[in-house]
Design a protein. Structure first.
Length: 301
């Protein structure tokens, strides 16, 4: 199927710029969260993604379009929907985008995130789960994305523009295991792929301090959501014991910190390989990324 429309490319020079498709043209489109399309402009074809969100369609304006056509330019687009039934696979970057806007959003709702919640994504990295949280909140509440990596936080800000979100706040930290918020002020805290990290000076695990901080800042009944991967757990040792830590040890330590186990959610994804230039150059598919179980706990009094 092909549709044709005239539109002005927005003057927003972000890494992944989205442009709204006019309603008249969009009425002919299937309401899928993400579709692979060809955008034909001045007889030149660009491979793009088409996103559906809140009853509107948005076309991903690629670097090639920005370069060849220009920001702020009024032009005629012909959009051709690509039928992936023939087996054409999205590349890893498109797969990650689809996961963020659909699967991760659903995961965060299963965790227990609801509208108007205040959520902290501690050690958020490049914000794959931050985006899912923000989408699950449906433009309400607030996601506080904390990390010591300024480059990663800047990328989250770019993705916030891309997804047209307004409920994310990025906070640059000093890398310490402190959550600088008032007591009993938050609804959900994500500790995803962080508790294996050690203090640079003492070489001790940051996990005990993080659990204590999480208990302090969460409201009664607030959710502590954790995600750990086997590849990291096997590197951890139990303090004062000559043995490796297990998932059961982690659960015991969290419960001893004042939490009760609530429920598990399958489907967590480990993105370390995705951010490895070496792995990407070798060829990487989304299915190659490590998976883990999200374990959720509730603060008790």
């Amino acid at each position: 199927m092909k549709i044709e429309f005239e539109a002005i490319i927005p003057v927003v020079d972000s890494g992944r710029l989205l442009m709204e498709v006019p309603a008249k043209a969009a009425a002919k489109l299937e309401k899928e969260s993400s579709q692979k399309v060809n955008a034909i402009i001045n007889s030149k074809t660009y491979s793009c993604n088409l996103f559906y969100k809140e009853d509107r369609f948005y076309l991903h304006i690629t670097r090639g379009i920005k370069r060849d056509v220009g920001l702020g330019a009024k032009t005629v687009f012909t959009i051709e929907i690509i039928d992936n039934g023939g087996g054409t696979e999205d590349d890893i970057h498109d797969q990650v985008l689809k996961w963020e806007i659909a699967e991760c959003k659903a995961l965060m709702r299963k965790v227990g995130i609801k509208t108007n919640d205040r959520v902290i994504d501690f050690g958020c990295g490049y914000g794959h789960y931050t985006i899912g949280c923000a989408l699950a909140l449906e433009q309400t509440g607030e996601v506080l994305a904390l990390d010591c990596d300024k480059k990663a936080l800047k990328w989250i800000n770019e993705k916030e523009k891309m997804y047209m979100l307004n409920n994310i706040k990025t906070i640059h930290t000093n890398g310490e295991a402190t959550i600088d918020f008032p007591d009993n002020s938050l609804d959900v805290i994500l500790l995803y792929d962080v508790i294996h990290i050690q203090d640079k000076k003492s070489k001790k695990s940051l996990a005990p301090v993080l659990y204590k901080e999480a208990y302090r800042v969460l409201k009664r009944g607030g959710i502590l959501s954790t995600l750990n991967f086997d590849s990291d757990i096997k590197k951890m040792t139990v303090e004062n014991e000559d043995r490796r830590m297990t998932a059961d040890d982690i659960a015991r330590d969290i419960i001893d910190s004042g939490f009760s186990f609530s429920h598990a959610v399958d489907g967590g994804v480990h993105f370390d390989w995705y951010h490895s230039k070496y792995r990407l150059e070798k060829g990487l598919d989304f299915s190659d990324l490590e998976r883990g179980m999200i374990q959720n706990y509730v603060k008790r009094m």
